[in-house]
Design a protein around this ligand. Structure first.
Ligand code: ADP
Length: 770
């Protein structure tokens, strides 16, 4: 009604705010100060009228009339704003500028587009009305806005507005900060949740998701162990430490690994020992061909053990430990592949014990035997404790392979640790550095192996009882191949007995032409290779079976790889046949001596070791001092030098056993008497011409036979060794036992050309008749 009325008049209205929100406002419920406005636009709509008004100035209603035809009327007093006395006052101007800037900032923060903002703000130059505009946009309570409206003082109102703007900006800052904080907190939490989820997934993958269960599990396993009192205390302490440690820490893993080791050791588990000598003999025979001495020695050893354990059981029925007595420790010495390991396995089988083997080759410091302390990064128990875990019983047969390959380094001598392991007085409380608690090794049956006796540390050797393994003869190798190696290789290559048959010639062809060894390892490998080729043939050509002979070997395995020395073609002056021995087996070698013009020097060539050089010098000295009895021409060495050469320089040779061979070559060269090619010899020579005993007789003899030799000179003192020579070998060889170099020369040197006679071998006869 008021708008209608105004539209018929000057289009002006008095706009005033209600003090209280009531439906029928009257003078009482209206503020008195309001704004005189001009109606700029009207817009009639279905629900009523939309009006755009523009404020003109403030006014105060001095009195309101009662309602008349739906409109209120008021008597107004115009109110003038109080503008500053000096609008150019810098403080006032600064206030104006500050208000404008902050207002723009507020507008921007509220998201008002820049353009609209500059239009709005740029449209009002006058500071007072500008503050009214700002006040209009401020988020203030009605009373607050009314208060600003009623403030006539421009400057005061501008200050109030600026304050309100600042307050609002501050509130927005705070709001934003809180929002950001909440956001980031939310984000952090989300990130953490995400990471935890991943961690859980990883732990699950690793099977570590339930640490509690893990500890419980270990505790249960440890409780079940029959540990001694002292170990129990230590282990319990570690267990408590584990509970206090974060499962994520490295420490946790260290402790856990230790406890794991403890639970996996055989503290009380043992296999029941039954020493049945009859059974043991059967098993040893079953598993091995030949080796009669070794088997005897092992059976004796077991017999002693049986007696000891029977006695101690009878003496002390209540001895729960079932002590098996501390027999000596067996040491198997011999070249590779002669069955040392395999006999040890048979002993375990015969005793019903577990079997473990550790190699000591390359063990260079004590930690290899006894482990590193746990404080070491990546510490581990030593090889002994590792072996015990593997055995899973406290009384296994424990093979210490290659004790002669123990090294010594600056980190300590591994043999010291080993000594303690083997000492019956100490090994019931063997302390590995890693475990740090005593472990009982007293029921372990230790067996050691070595290739060379002289490389075993003395104190260790004293603890052990030596059993010698010699090499095999060709006949023995043939039997071993036929009975053990070939059947095994057939099986490994999926062949039946019928599919691959080899005659003796074929096996011997492999033995002679493709292997050079004292044992049978290489032989087994070659048989395996042969079997594979046969398998391929049978599969490819659909053959039913193959009966292999010597020719097949040559065809399938290719050119022979082994070319043993053969007996010399003819008797030559200055060339004598010696014998030597390596882990590969025995063989013959030639020693060549020649005399040439020179200054009396002795020249030695052919990779001779120091000991061998010494014996060459000794031989020369002997020849010089006994020239007359040896039949050497008096002036043979005048203006001459002697050259001794041992061919096959690729093989380093050493040892004193070539002494008589070198002397023979030398005397032969000096006297121009030929050496008989069918004779091979070995023996150490003293300066007085005595022949001293040497080692490796069996190997050397076997090697000489392979080379075609049929007569052999050995030191007299090696007489006993002849018993080791198999019957079939003795049948084809003539042995001469020499006490002095004269004895040697009598056999070795050919008769003078003019006396066409068989050599004189009357002294000492043959070994067999000796
Ligand atoms: P070493 O320990 O002396 O080096 P191994 O015991 O490993 O030798 O023997 C090598 C292979 O030869 C094994 O397969 C073993 O069974 C076999 N072997 C050695 N000697 C005999 C034998 N007398 N009878 C049967 N097989 C043997």
């Amino acid at each position: 009604a008021a708008v209608q009325e105004a539209l018929t008049g000057d289009h002006r209205l008095f706009a005033v705010t209600q003090r209280e929100n009531v439906d029928a406002p009257s003078g009482e419920t209206l503020y008195s100060v309001g704004t005189v406005v001009q109606i700029v636009q009207t817009h009639r709509m279905r629900s009523g009228l939309q009006v755009v008004i523009q404020g003109e100035n403030r006014a105060q209603a001095l009195a309101y009339s009662a309602e008349h035809e739906g409109a209120l009327h008021a008597t107004l007093l115009d109110m003038e704003r109080l503008t500053p006395r000096n609008p150019k006052d810098p403080i006032f101007q600064a206030l104006d500028r500050e208000l404008r800037e902050r207002a723009v900032e507020l507008g921007t923060r509220r998201g008002v587009p820049n353009e609209a903002l500059s239009q709005l703000i740029g449209g009002i130059d006058e500071p007072g009305p500008f503050s009214d505009l700002v006040a209009y946009y401020l988020e203030l309570a009605t009373e607050e806005k009314q208060r600003l409206l009623e403030m006539l003082d421009d400057e005061g109102r501008m200050r109030e507005c600026l304050l309100a703007v600042e307050r609002e900006l501050a509130r927005m800052d705070a709001q934003e900060e809180i929002k950001a904080q909440v956001q980031s907190e939310l984000g952090e939490r989300q990130r953490e949740m995400h990471l935890r989820e991943q961690l859980r997934a990883i732990q699950k993958e690793l099977g570590e998701d339930e640490e509690k269960d893990d500890i419980e599990d270990i505790r249960a396993r440890i409780r079940a162990l029959d540990l001694g009192e002292e170990p129990r205390i230590e282990v319990d302490r570690e267990l408590r430490r584990l509970e206090r440690t974060s499962p994520q820490s490295a420490e946790y893993q260290v402790i856990r690994t230790f406890l794991e080791w403890v639970t996996e050791l055989p503290w009380q588990e043992r296999t029941e020992e039954k020493i049945d000598l009859q059974l043991a003999e059967t098993i040893l025979e079953e598993d091995h061909h030949g080796l009669a001495d070794v088997k005897d020695r092992v059976l004796e050893f077991l017999a002693v053990k049986k007696l000891q354990s029977d006695r101690s059981a009878a003496r002390d029925e209540t001895d729960a430990k079932g002590s098996t007595g501390h027999g000596p420790i067996l040491l198997f010495v011999g070249p590779p592949g002669v069955g040392k390991t395999s006999i040890a396995q048979s002993i375990a089988r015969a005793l019903g014990r577990k079997y473990v083997r550790i190699s000591l080759g390359g063990a260079r410091d004590e930690a290899d035997i006894r482990g590193h302390r746990r404080t070491y990064v990546g510490a581990m128990p030593g090889r002994i404790i590792q072996g015990m875990r593997q055995a899973g019983s406290k009384n296994p047969v424990f093979l210490l392979d290659e004790v002669d390959k123990l090294g010594v380094s600056f980190q300590g001598d591994p043999s010291a640790g080993l000594l303690e392991v083997l000492d019956p007085a100490q090994n019931s409380t063997f302390v590995d550095h890693y475990l740090g608690i005593p472990f009982d090794l007293s029921e372990v049956l230790f067996i050691a192996t070595a290739n060379y006796l002289d490389r075993i540390p003395g104190p260790l050797l004293d603890r052990m009882e030596r059993v010698d393994f010699a090499g095999y003869t060709e006949a023995e190798k043939l039997q071993i191949a036929k009975r053990y190696l070939l059947p095994r290789q057939r099986k490994e290559n999926g062949l039946t007995d019928e599919e691959l048959q080899m005659d003796d010639q074929a096996v011997l062809a492999i033995v002679q032409n493709y292997t050079r060894e004292a044992g049978v390892r290489q032989l087994e490998r070659e048989l395996g290779k042969f079997a594979r080729k046969i398998a391929r043939r049978i599969a490819g050509d659909k053959l039913a079976s193959i009966k292999a002979g010597g020719a097949d070997v040559r065809e399938l395995l290719g050119r022979p790889r082994v070319h043993p020395e053969r007996m010399a073609e003819e008797d030559i002056a200055g060339v004598a046949t010696g014998m030597f021995y390596t882990p590969m087996g025995g063989d013959i070698m030639f020693v060549e001596a020649s005399i040439m013009p020179g200054e009396g020097r002795l020249v030695l060539t052919g990779q001779l070791g120091d000991v061998m050089k010494e014996s060459a010098r000794a031989a020369l000295s002997y020849a010089k001092s006994h020239w007359r009895s040896l039949g050497i021409p008096e002036d043979a060495l005048n203006q001459r030098e002697v050259h001794i050469h041992v061919p096959a320089g690729a093989i380093p040779k050493d040892g004193p056993s070539a002494g008589i061979t070198m002397a023979t070559a030398l005397v032969s060269a000096l006297t121009a008497r030929k050496v008989r090619r069918e004779v091979a010899m070995t023996g150490e020579l003293t300066l007085t011409g005595r022949v001293l005993p040497i080692g490796g007789v069996k190997e050397k003899v076997l090697g000489a036979i392979r080379a075609g030799i049929r007569e052999i000179i050995l030191p007299f003192a090696n007489d006993a060794d002849l018993e080791d020579i198999p019957e079939d070998v003795r049948a084809v060889i003539s042995f001469h036992l020499a006490e002095t170099l004269d004895d040697v020369l009598k056999v070795a040197l050919a008769e003078e050309e003019h006396q066409e006679q068989a050599p004189e071998t009357g002294f000492h006869e043959q070994a067999m008749s000796h």
